[in-house]
Ligand binder design. Structure first.
Ligand code: OAA
Ligand code: NI
Length: 284
């Protein structure tokens, strides 16, 4: 009982800490540090281990499965889907997944200095590159620069550092090179010219604001879990416990397999769905 309440306390403060990042609410950090020093760190480590154990289970899931889980269990209306992205390369690798390592690009005349993001991509990370809000559009082509902000050499380095894949909310170039490497790259579009005359990277592991085509803004935080394939990319917010999500998704897939068998045997789809999905409610 006590452990549960400690765990939820730590989760609560961790959330508060991530929300307060950059807002000057340093008091939260000292509170969290205090709890961690008092031994609650063990609980955190245990929950990280649980998350780590679940990671390879995403090899067997698709972004569609994940969206079903986010919609039905967590009531996230868009199922975490980040619209209008295409997977250009790395198709042989099945489902691509990893924690978001985010990079923000701003206009070349931004006062912040340019940063080197590519040489510190963590192993297993999903490299996620976005532009500042002013350079984004709600409708195709979704960004105003026509230049490519990512190329083949960057994929070569990301792959060497064992990144899971790359997601660019903008244009990429050197398509042949990404394909030759078989490195998974997703983006809005393509280009041929490098972007140094118009934009530069200014932030690493900062939240990215992504304008979606329905006018909503999706925030991608460092550490959010990203899952992609031919269907596109889905974001699992870092607050969601991956073990519980995967548990629900597996039940949901089992139910769909029973529906599929019934449909193959000529049973009406509506009736089969109603019957097999009813039992899912107890896993919510
Ligand atoms: O060189 C650049 O700046 C971008 C590029 O084409 C690559 O990464 O291959
Ligand atoms: Ni290049």
């Amino acid at each position: 009982m006590l452990r549960t309440s400690k765990a939820s306390l730590v989760r609560f403060y961790s959330k508060l800490l991530s929300r307060s990042a950059g807002t000057g609410l340093n008091v939260c950090k000292s509170v969290v540090d205090g709890y961690i020093q008092q031994g609650f760190v063990r609980t955190l480590t245990q929950s990280n281990r649980l998350n780590r154990m679940s990671y390879s289970q995403f090899d067997e899931l698709t972004p569609c499965d994940v969206s079903d889980g986010l919609l039905n269990k967590y009531k996230i209306d868009n199922g975490g889907y980040l619209p209008n992205l295409t997977q250009w390369s790395g198709h042989s690798r099945g489902t691509i997944h990893g924690k978001a390592y985010t990079v923000l690009f701003a206009p070349a005349n931004d006062t912040r200095p340019s940063v080197n993001y590519i040489d510190s991509v963590p192993p297993g990370a999903f490299l996620v590159i976005g532009l500042v809000r002013d350079l984004q559009l709600a409708y195709a082509p979704y960004v105003s620069p026509t230049q490519a902000i990512y190329g083949g050499l960057m994929s070569m380095r990301a792959q060497y550092l064992k990144a899971a894949g790359t997601l660019v909310f903008g244009r990429i170039r050197d398509l042949q090179e990404h394909r030759k490497l078989d490195h998974p790259v997703f983006s809005y579009g393509l280009g041929s010219c490098v972007a140094k005359a118009v934009v530069k990277p200014v932030g690493i592991n900062v939240p990215l604001e992504i304008l979606a085509s329905n006018g909503e803004v999706e925030i991608i935080k460092p550490g959010d879990y990203m899952v992609g394939d031919l269907n596109g990319v889905v974001k699992i917010p870092s607050e969601i416990e991956l073990g519980s999500l995967v548990g629900y998704i597996k039940k949901s897939i089992e139910a769909d397999e029973l529906v599929s068998r019934d449909i193959e045997n000529g049973r009406p789809a509506k009736e089969a769905q109603r019957d097999h999905r009813a039992s899912l409610k107890k896993h919510l």
